[in-house]
Design a protein around this ligand. Structure first.
Ligand SMILES: [Zn+2]
Length: 118
């Protein structure tokens, strides 16, 4: 189960990025490409398990957005969406040049009560 490791990693990244406001995070939104091998339900479960042990994050929510796979065709210079692992452009040319779909990134972090900090 690599989801637990991913969740721990997300919190570690946020702790480094927001050392002063880290404990005030109310919502985390992540984007996962379909090639990143992330199962939203598994990552939610891992997240729930993680925050059970971390009192300050009991109310924190996680939202997982899946990103489609986008490849680039060098024949007609356009980007196309890869469905059912078919890396073939609408023009008929095969292309494995992935533009989007492998990433796993934190896209948004929302904090509670920012005014109460300091
Ligand atoms: Zn093409």
């Amino acid at each position: 189960m690599h989801e637990i490791a991913i969740v721990k990693d997300i919190f570690k990244t946020l702790e480094q990025a927001y050392p002063d406001t880290y404990k005030q995070i109310s919502k985390i939104r992540i984007q996962a490409g379909l090639l990143a091998n992330i199962q939203p339900i598994l990552i939610q479960n891992a997240f729930e398990a993680f925050i059970l042990d971390e009192v300050q994050f009991r109310e924190t929510e996680l939202e997982v957005e899946l990103l489609p796979i986008i490849a680039h065709c060098t024949t007609c210079e356009s980007d196309f969406e890869v469905r059912f692992h078919r890396f073939v452009c609408v023009c008929g040319q095969p292309s494995g040049q992935v533009m989007q779909g492998e990433e796993l990134r934190i896209s948004q972090v929302i904090f509670n009560d920012l005014n109460n900090i300091q």
